[in-house]
Ligand binder design. Structure first.
Ligand code: PLP
Length: 353
């Protein structure tokens, strides 16, 4: 603590990201990184960077990249915003849009960065409890106060809403902003993008970190009506005019244009996820239905903490939260087939001793 800290800084409880260990022999299934390397076109684009592209400032408006995202989503370029990871996009969404109200509503079990932004932007977070089966309570969300913020599929449960449920949320009050965080886009959940044509109170955020195996690149984006995007641009241009460097603009453009990589890689991850879920169920785990690149599960008799610690001792790291209702659950990233096999073998060993 420093005497120079502002009141807000004093009161913050910053987000704690999943561990990025330095040891290379670990099986790392704790931060939902993609198990496959990114598209070869991405690496080619990075290798093709010209010295001038580094000497000069990058395009502050990322026009080429935004145009490619727009084309793919059936939108206009001014309905697309890009930022340095979807965490940055979401931070701008709070500052530009959500904080126009004093309160916003989000599920009680969801991405743990949301309460941190609530604090940073001095907002009240109204938590809407998930149902007993961990699905989002749609009628309760519709009746909740202020803008709505939800992840679809939700994290850390992996459970997705249907397009009808998404429409129920945006149609419940057209004067109210609904932000759908699609960070886990591409692994089986239905996107809300088709609703943008009819609802200008909807904003969707996405990330290339998971779907495109580019967590290290830091690229996120938002899709929404022109006035919502203009609000985000105003905040961005009052914070950092060049959030996307020249390398990231080229590499992300190559990733977006390689639609067949996305299709194949997402199918591979979804297949491994189903195999992993079956393997876990055989070992006595209850596995929630996941539309993401992770599964959320708990064992019928052994505590989450005991399993987490035993896996760690064997060099396998996963994620767990010491929070009511979910402290026995484990969130496991879908890794390679070999990693899944190693994990299941380690679990079998732990549970039979
Ligand atoms: C629900 C959700 N939203 C947003 C993010 C942020 O993703 P990024 O900043 O890597 O784009 C994450 C990352 O784990 C997430 O789980």
């Amino acid at each position: 603590m420093s005497e120079f800290w502002s009141d807000v800084t004093r009161q913050l409880h910053p987000y704690i990201p999943g561990e990025q260990p330095k040891l290379s022999n670990l099986i790392k299934l704790n931060t939902n990184e993609h198990p496959l390397p990114p598209s070869a076109a991405v690496l080619q684009a990075i290798r093709a960077i010209e010295p001038d592209a580094l000497r000069r400032y990058p395009d502050p408006d990322s026009i080429a990249l935004r145009s490619a995202i727009a084309r793919q989503s059936g939108l206009a370029v001014d309905e697309v915003f890009v930022g340095n990871g979807s965490d940055e996009v979401l931070a701008h969404v709070f500052q530009a849009l959500i904080s126009s109200s004093t309160t916003f509503s989000a599920p009680d079990i969801t991405y743990s960065f949301y309460p941190v932004w609530a604090q940073l932007y001095r907002m009240q977070l109204n938590e809407v409890p998930l149902l007993d089966d961990f699905h989002i309570n749609v009628p309760a969300m519709c009746a909740a106060p202020g803008p709505l913020l939800l992840a679809n599929p939700n994290a850390p449960t992996g459970i997705a809403l249907s397009i009808e449920q998404l429409e129920q949320l945006v149609a419940s009050d057209r004067q109210r902003l609904v932000v759908v965080d699609e960070a886990y886009f591409g692994f089986g959940a239905r996107s809300a993008v088709s609703l943008l044509a009819d609802y200008d109170n909807l904003l969707i955020t996405r990330s290339l970190s998971k779907s495109h195996s580019l967590a290290g690149l830091r690229l996120g984006y938002a899709l929404g009506s022109k006035p919502l995007i203009q609000g985000l641009v105003r905040v961005k241009d009052s914070f950092n005019s060049y959030p996307i460097d020249a390398i990231a603009q080229s590499a992300a453009l190559a990733a977006i244009e390689d639609a067949s990589w996305l299709q194949q890689a997402s199918t591979a991850v979804s297949y491994t996820r189903e195999q992993l879920s079956k393997g876990l169920a055989k070992l006595g785990f209850e596995v929630l239905p996941s539309s993401a690149n992770f599964v959320f599960c708990r064992h019928s008799s052994v505590s989450g903490k005991a399993i987490f610690d035993a896996l760690r001792a064997q060099g396998i790291i996963i994620r767990r939260w010491d929070k009511p209702r979910i402290d026995d659950y484990l969130r496991i990233t879908v890794g390679t087939d070999d990693q899944s096999e190693a994990l299941l073998a380690a679990l079998d060993n732990i549970l039979s001793t």
